[in-house]
Design a protein around this ligand. Structure first.
Ligand code: BES
Ligand code: ZN
Ligand code: ZN
Length: 483
């Protein structure tokens, strides 16, 4: 994988000779900088006339970055502005081959300082290892140093781990299926989780057959590669939860649509269809690395969805792990089939809460675009509200869609228990209702189809895989374990 990590450090001393970011306010006197008259005029003009939020001064031996974010309606909106400004600083640093940048955090609130660093770290990601000139193209920014007395080493470590986890999720998403099939994905994830003290078990084809996971097996029929079902666990002795939180992530390593073949242009990005699986794996990685006191399990059913002689076809009737029969009317609605079996499997853990992450429907993207996550809950109102609040904090915002029972009528089949597609309307919701059928516990489903993969870079979210969901659930778990 390609990620070159940027190191994040804490220092008590400001360097006056290095590249440095300062927070200023509209009425800052600027005397601390010992600017020349021209420099002071330049800064003043940028602030008052041009209303720039980031002012960059070339001091020849180093650069000075002045941050003056526009006022925002809420503190969380301000944090997002600061992440975006951090991304701009790192772009400038890389364009100028700068290796190290300090952030003067002595005059700003800890959360704001950390937000700038977070934007820089996430923005510094590149996926270029398949380029012949990857070495020359590699970002030069290698080190970010926060200067602060109020931020401690633990906070620095936490931010490093959570950004590293997010960037790992991006790597998994960005690797195409010819480099990472279901087995490769399962192996990659397991190795990474074991390395930080978590447990990982990969159920192979025989085990999946023995468990009668009819959904995963049906989708896999069109593949020459066997499916995998990865089970990850982090179970510390001091867990705050008696019953585990189970994360479920869609691991379709490539979605051609199967016989309900996708049109060419929609197929271009379908290596991203395991972004849910990547996000939940990255969460277990972060939680285990930081030894959070929470019992967590992740389930990642994985296969590609393709067309060969024996592939499943529209009209097939399949029997799911829990005995539910499903009339497959569209082989492109494959995600819900593999996830249904994972949701059934989750029952054996008697979970406190199940969080399902999936690039599930184009419908979710058409409704709200990539600015948020379509989410639905059943029997999990309190958890949902807490996650929703975390959504604003990390800027991975949730839009709640209803789970009203009337929508379920759309997926009743005349000849089987369910069919795998609803009508023309409310496609994200009927997909959610399909999943809900297989649950018997507090359940939240996140449809990340649009924000998981960007075809155009969007600030620190970058181009390609975004790693969405990781920072969101991590913030929620942090609250739950109150660390
Ligand atoms: N993987 C797709 C959903 C998707 C679309 C993800 C765009 C990322 C970007 C999913 O398997 C799918 O094809 N869903 C169908 C469902 C339909 C056939 C009911 C869709 O949304 O069109
Ligand atoms: Zn599909
Ligand atoms: Zn899919």
């Amino acid at each position: 994988m390609g990620t070159i990590l940027t190191s994040l450090k804490l220092s008590k001393n400001i360097s006056n000779t290095g590249n440095i970011v300062y927070f200023i306010s509209e009425n800052s006197t600027l005397t601390q900088f010992d600017f020349s008259k021209e420099e002071e005029q330049f800064v003043h003009y940028q602030i008052t006339e041009l209303k720039h939020e980031l002012i960059i001064l070339n001091r020849y031996s180093h650069w000075i970055y002045l941050l003056l974010p526009k006022s925002a309606k809420t503190e969380t909106a301000l944090l997002e502005r600061l992440r975006i400004l951090g991304a701009k600083v790192s772009n400038h640093a890389n364009a100028n081959h700068i290796g190290s940048v300090h952030i003067d955090g002595t005059k700003a609130a800890a959360a704001r300082v950390l937000a700038v660093a977070e934007g820089m770290l996430l923005n510094n990601y590149q996926f270029i290892q398949y380029k012949s000139d990857a070495k020359e193209k590699a970002n030069r920014l290698k080190e970010i140093v926060i200067v602060s007395n109020s931020i401690d080493e633990l906070e620095i470590h936490r931010l490093s781990v959570i950004t590293e986890a997010t960037l790992w999720a991006r790597d998994l998403v960005n690797e195409p299926v010819n480099k990472l099939n279901a087995i490769g994905l399962a192996e990659n994830i397991s190795a990474k989780i074991r390395a930080v003290g978590g447990k990982a078990e990969v159920l192979n084809l025989q085990k999946i057959e023995a468990l009668k996971m009819g959904g995963l097996l049906a989708v896999n029929k069109g593949s020459v590669d066997p499916p995998t079902f990865t089970v990850l666990e982090w179970k510390p002795e001091n867990a705050v939860n008696a019953k585990p939180i189970v994360l479920v992530g869609k691991g379709v390593v490539y979605d051609s649509g199967g016989y309900s073949l996708k049109p060419g242009s929609s197929m271009e990005t379908m290596k991203c269809d395991m972004a849910g699986g990547a996000a939940v794996s990255a969460l277990v990685y972060a939680v285990a690395s930081l030894k959070l006191p929470v019992h967590l399990i992740a389930l990642i059913p994985a296969t590609d969805n393709r067309v060969v002689g024996n592939a499943y076809v529209p009209g097939d009737i399949i029997t799911m792990m829990d005995g539910t029969t499903v009339e497959v009317l569209n082989t492109d609605a494959e995600g819900r089939l593999i996830l249904a079996d994972a949701l059934t499997y989750a029952k054996k853990f008697d979970p406190m809460l199940v969080l399902n992450f999936a690039t599930l429907t184009g419908s979710a993207g058409r409704a709200i675009g990539s600015q948020g996550i379509v989410a639905m809950q059943s029997d999990a109102r309190g958890f949902f509200d807490s996650l929703s609040e975390s959504g604003f904090v990390v800027h991975e915002r949730l839009v709640e869609f209803p789970m009203w029972d009337e929508y379920k009528e759309q997926i009743f089949s005349k000849i089987a228990d369910l069919k795998n597609i609803g009508g023309a309307e409310a496609g994200a919701i009927t997909a959610g209702k399909f999943l809900e059928h297989f649950t018997a516990y507090p359940f939240i489903h996140f449809d990340i189809a649009a924000p998981a993969f960007l075809e155009k870079a969007d600030s620190y979210r970058g181009l390609g895989g975004t790693g969405i969901g990781v920072r969101l659930v991590f913030d929620f778990l942090k609250k739950l374990t109150s660390v």
